[in-house]
Design a protein around this ligand. Structure first.
Ligand SMILES: Cc1cc2nc3c(=O)[nH]c(=O)nc-3n(C[C@H](O)[C@H](O)[C@H](O)COP(=O)(O)OP(=O)(O)OC[C@H]3O[C@@H](n4cnc5c(N)ncnc54)[C@H](O)[C@@H]3O)c2cc1C
Length: 293
């Protein structure tokens, strides 16, 4: 017989953090519960204490910095609310569009940004955009707050830099003025599945169409979103047609995918260059969207 965990419903962030500090590895936060319940039912997670974050106030807001340079998204903001937020749609259209291709509307109505990040599934979609834009994650525990780059927050397959007594409080996503982007989600099975490979690309373009900046991040190609700053740095001064095939080849060469139900590692490596090319070309053409491939 499975022992039921002790359920807690803290009414404040302080109360929730005190619970995590008291019970350490034996406690788990639950936000939307969409990932947690699957792990629970499969017997992969058996904490003695479960702390629901649903009554904690102040963690679900979305707001733009006064100077427009970033959008801050609370950890408890539901994916559907972020996707529909007017500031996100205007200033981070690729993030809004990427959230629209996550799962289905029933899942997005309960799943949260913090839950998606803390789950650290290598085939989630938002991480590609967060990694490409160099988002910063704010993490809190009873004794203090720390902020770390998203690319340091996510460490390995289903593993983050979170300690047992820490909570994701919010994520700060920079807005890159004048840049345009695109996310390409490659599905090898049903339309509501997780991605086989997902590519987020952002470009800055000078007059005449020459690129002055590039960011590319890929999910499904390894334990954490794949970014290659040394490849991105080679691009300024080149026309998209000149450099995109080399960028795509470099990402394919660096990919370290696993084989799973969505495709073998070899299949992923074969498909990846075409997806990178497509994402960068759409970004350069100013689409600011997300598409299913
Ligand atoms: C049918 C289905 C289809 C899906 N398809 C996609 C898809 O196409 N693309 C995609 O990206 N994702 C997909 N997902 C995953 C979904 O996005 C995640 O399950 C969801 O975002 C997790 O959020 P949650 O609030 O439900 O997290 P929960 O299930 O509540 O928590 C998940 C994990 O994060 C921890 N956690 C939650 N919040 C915090 C916090 N603030 N601080 C610290 N730890 C925290 C929990 O302890 C738990 O370990 C799918 C899920 C389902 C069920």
């Amino acid at each position: 017989m499975t022992t039921q965990p002790v359920m807690h419903r803290p009414g404040s962030e302080e109360e929730l953090l005190a619970l995590l500090a008291r019970h350490g590895d034996d406690a788990k936060v639950v936000a939307g519960g969409t990932a947690f319940m699957i792990l629970w039912k499969a017997g992969l997670l058996r904490p003695g204490h479960v702390a629901s974050a649903s009554r904690v106030p102040g963690l679900s807001s979305v707001h733009a910095a006064a100077d427009g340079t970033a959008i801050t998204i609370g950890a408890l903001a539901r994916l559907r609310d972020v996707e529909r937020d007017p500031q996100v749609r205007r200033r981070l259209p690729v993030l809004a569009a990427t959230l629209r291709v996550v799962a289905n509307v029933r899942v997005r109505n309960v799943a949260t940004m913090g839950g998606n990040m803390a789950e650290a599934d290598p085939t989630s979609d938002p991480p590609a955009v967060l990694a490409a834009l160099d988002a910063q994650v704010e993490v809190v525990r009873s004794s203090g707050v720390r902020r770390l780059p998203y690319r340091e927050f996510v460490r390995d397959y289903f593993e983050t830099a979170l300690e047992a007594d820490e909570l994701v409080r919010r994520v700060v996503v920079p807005v890159l003025p004048g840049w345009t982007g695109s996310y390409v989600k490659f599905l090898s099975r049903s339309g509501e599945d997780r991605t086989c490979l997902g590519v987020a690309a952002f470009v800055a373009t000078e007059d005449g169409g020459v690129l002055s900046g590039l960011r590319v991040a890929v999910t499904g190609a390894g334990p954490v979103p794949l970014r290659l700053p040394q490849v991105e740095e080679q691009v300024p001064g080149h026309a998209p047609g000149e450099c995109i095939p080399d960028v795509a080849a470099a990402y394919a060469a660096a990919a370290d995918p696993v084989s799973d139900v969505r495709g073998s590692a070899e299949y992923r490596r074969q498909v990846l260059p075409a997806l990178v090319e497509r994402a960068v070309r759409r970004a350069a053409a100013g689409f600011d969207d997300a598409v299913l491939a």
